[in-house]
Design a protein around this ligand. Structure first.
Ligand SMILES: Cc1cc2nc3c(=O)[nH]c(=O)nc-3n(C[C@H](O)[C@H](O)[C@H](O)COP(=O)(O)OP(=O)(O)OC[C@H]3O[C@@H](n4cnc5c(N)ncnc54)[C@H](O)[C@@H]3O)c2cc1C
Length: 330
């Protein structure tokens, strides 16, 4: 057993072999995380003192980050006492994680390779989540995959998921070829720390989403009317990137609270008159003042990393950049 001191003022114990992230979560520390398998870099921290051992490959870290002493909390354990630092640490208590049975309530094909599925839970189920979080869906064979929650509350005992087909993917083949209404599944969640920062939020919010990355953004936007007036942002801009017109599976006009939005296609059909390219490049061309602004990015890990690098080059504080990368679990 070793002791970990985080950002000088939180301390917790870690058992032999346990990952740093697991130990932090057991101690109710709201350490930021998403994929839990070393592929995104949400749980990245810097080792100030002490040594660690690798449990899983740290695919989500660049060589430069590794050289500067950054590690992934989900991929390492402690071999001595540790002093660690994380940026953008919000000391926020997330709802507790549960495993719950559910049935498929509906499946709707909303584009050639995206379905909207709703899961129905028994009436007596209580389930809390912060808009932006995700659940792991556990299939009959025990396979589990992460999906962001697309609705903003559990008032009807329903969770809405937006699922993209990945050719040959184990869970994709289930959702698109064999899943039936009333199939019994289990979920574990809520997970992840991607959620609206309601502790001293900025006046301006920018959401960047690619593909089904719009799901947690929808959830957050739908929750904003319920916030206290002083926590409501003044300006919200959304950039949603897709490849083709047929990928635009959601009517953006139906999303509440948007002051401005931009639909961007990377491979537009000939009759597309909107923006063309990648949303991170379009964001840079928009000449937005990043003062008093928070940025939420969700979906493709390439988009998230590229956006982050571009913002760092502009001198934007990365502490006000929140992201959830839809990385593969294998
Ligand atoms: C925090 C989080 C939230 C997520 N939320 C959503 C969501 O709301 N909606 C959604 O559709 N997906 C989401 N994902 C991705 C999802 O969990 C699965 O990874 C994805 O659906 C593929 O699962 P699969 O079983 O079909 O494919 P797998 O059997 O896991 O993979 C099959 C093959 O496809 C590759 N692959 C897997 N995913 C991708 C990808 N995205 N792009 C390219 N190749 C890939 C794998 O490397 C592998 O070679 C999320 C992931 C994370 C980590």
């Amino acid at each position: 057993m070793h002791e970990i001191i985080l950002n000088k003022n939180h301390s917790f114990a870690i058992e032999c072999g346990q990952t740093i992230l697991e130990a932090a979560r057991n101690a109710n520390i709201s350490w930021p995380y998403s994929c839990k398998n070393g592929r995104c870099n949400m749980c990245k921290c810097q080792v100030i003192n002490g040594t660690t051992m690798v449990n899983y490959p740290e695919v989500g870290l660049t060589a430069d980050e590794k050289n500067k002493g950054w590690i992934l909390g989900c991929a390492r354990t402690a071999s001595t006492n540790l002093i660690l630092k994380i940026n953008g640490f919000q000391n926020k208590q997330f709802p507790s994680i549960k495993q719950l049975p559910c049935k498929i309530n509906s499946i709707e094909k909303v584009s050639p390779d995206i379905i909207k599925a709703t899961l129905r839970f028994p009436k007596s189920t209580s389930f809390d989540f912060f808009p932006g979080q995700y659940v792991e869906v556990i299939g009959n064979s025990g396979i589990r995959r992460s999906y962001s929650i697309a609705n903003s509350n559990f008032s009807t005992n329903i969770l809405e998921l937006h699922i993209k087909y990945i050719k040959g993917g184990a869970m994709s083949e289930y959702w698109f070829k064999t899943a039936m209404i009333n199939d019994l599944l289990r979920i574990e969640g809520p997970m992840g720390t991607f959620s609206f920062n309601n502790n001293n939020p900025a006046q301006n919010l920018i959401f960047l989403a690619t593909g089904t990355g719009i799901a947690p953004v929808k959830s957050i936007l739908e929750s904003i009317p319920n916030l206290n007036k002083q926590n409501r942002p003044e300006n919200i801009t959304l950039l949603w990137g897709n490849r083709l017109i047929s990928d635009i599976y959601l009517n953006i006009d139906s999303l509440p609270n948007l002051n401005d939005f931009n639909l961007v296609l990377s491979q537009p059909d000939y009759n597309w008159t909107g923006a063309v390219g990648y949303i991170q490049d379009i964001l840079m061309q928009m000449n937005i003042s990043f003062e008093n602004t928070e940025i939420y990015a969700c979906g493709s890990p390439l988009m998230i990393n590229d956006t982050k690098n571009k913002l760092i080059n502009l001198g934007y504080s990365i502490n006000r950049f929140y992201s959830d990368a839809f990385v593969s679990s294998i």
